[in-house]
Design a binder for this molecule. Structure first.
Ligand SMILES: Nc1ncnc2c1ncn2[C@@H]1O[C@H](COP(=O)(O)OP(=O)(O)OP(=O)(O)O)[C@@H](O)[C@H]1O
Ligand SMILES: [Mg+2]
Length: 272
């Protein structure tokens, strides 16, 4: 997927300004940036939810328009957004096929076929979730797994994930990152918007940094550092970032001592 000169504005806000970016085959491309940088807007354009004011999309080298989620799915593009709704009273398999239930020759709902396909998809992720498990019994991380599994039903080539590890525990995040690696090893491309730099460094091949609607850098993950990425996100000099990081560390240590002295178990504020 290649994006050429994408622009979009919402009223006075220029959410995307002349974005040129490509997503390669078999890669995990992470998009990072501060709040309001335009990351979700980019994902929403690629997933068919909104259309750019300007610019072109090339899919496999051909100019393409993505006017709807359905068209995106037909092209082989599937997206997972945050807080996707599930029917808590239904089981995993029914939730996976919500709105696109499989039918048999007599046009009857084919639960067995849906369970079989669900099992297959969950196995491809090596997930221990059972197909008949009621949705209400799943943890947040497991629900995220079901969201990801749902995108795999149509065997997409490009998967778009907007903050896939947000609000997950450390273990749950690690699991989701494993799924992402697994999907890449199956030959899929993954675009992942993510706030969490350790997650980004753990799984991505390249990191695209956005600031105030602009793409300010695309870096091969193996050849870059936290400092460089933070500097690009914030637009300040890497030297200053290192200083700030030291200050943050010092503050965190001081904070830890205070809590240790008080005997509380309060967690430290997150550094981001
Ligand atoms: N539908 C909309 N109507 C008006 N403004 C919008 C709309 N969608 C996004 N924006 C604005 O466009 C800018 C980019 O928003 P976007 O959601 O893409 O940012 P983001 O990088 O995903 O931020 P976050 O990290 O907070 O999720 C923001 O200033 C936002 O307020
Ligand atoms: Mg967003």
């Amino acid at each position: 997927m290649q994006m050429d000169d994408l622009c979009i504005r919402f009223g006075f806000v220029e959410a995307l300004k002349h974005i040129h970016l490509d997503i390669r085959q078999h890669e995990v491309l992470a998009i990072v940036g501060d709040n309001g940088a335009g990351k979700s807007t980019l994902v929403r354009i690629l997933s068919g939810l909104i259309r750019p004011d300007q610019g072109t999309l090339l899919w496999k080298g051909r100019p393409t328009s993505i006017p709807s989620i359905r068209v995106a799915n037909q092209l082989g593009i599937a997206a997972v957004f945050q807080g996707q709704d599930f029917c808590d009273n239904l089981d995993v398999s029914s939730n996976l096929f919500l709105g696109k239930e499989l039918r048999d020759r007599h046009h009857r709902r084919d639960d067995e076929a849906m369970r079989r396909r669900t099992r297959q998809v969950l196995q491809s992720l090596s997930s221990p979730i059972r197909v008949g498990q009621p949705m209400a019994t799943l943890s947040l991380g497991q629900k995220q797994t079901v969201s990801i599994a749902r995108t795999l039903l149509d065997n997409p080539e490009l998967i778009l994930l907007d903050e896939p590890t947000a609000s997950l525990s450390v273990m749950q995040s690690a699991e989701v990152l494993n799924y992402i690696k697994r999907m890449r090893s199956e030959g899929r491309s993954i675009l992942m918007v993510c706030h969490d730099l350790p997650d980004v460094f753990a799984v991505s091949d390249r990191i695209a940094v956005m600031r105030q609607g602009r793409l300010v850098g695309v870096l091969p993950t193996a050849e870059t550092s936290y400092e460089t990425v933070i500097a690009l996100i914030s637009g300040i000099d890497p030297e200053d970032v290192i200083q700030d990081q030291e200050q943050l560390d010092a503050m965190a240590r001081a904070n830890a001592r205070v809590h240790a002295l008080r005997g509380t178990r309060k967690t430290l504020p997150e550094q981001s």
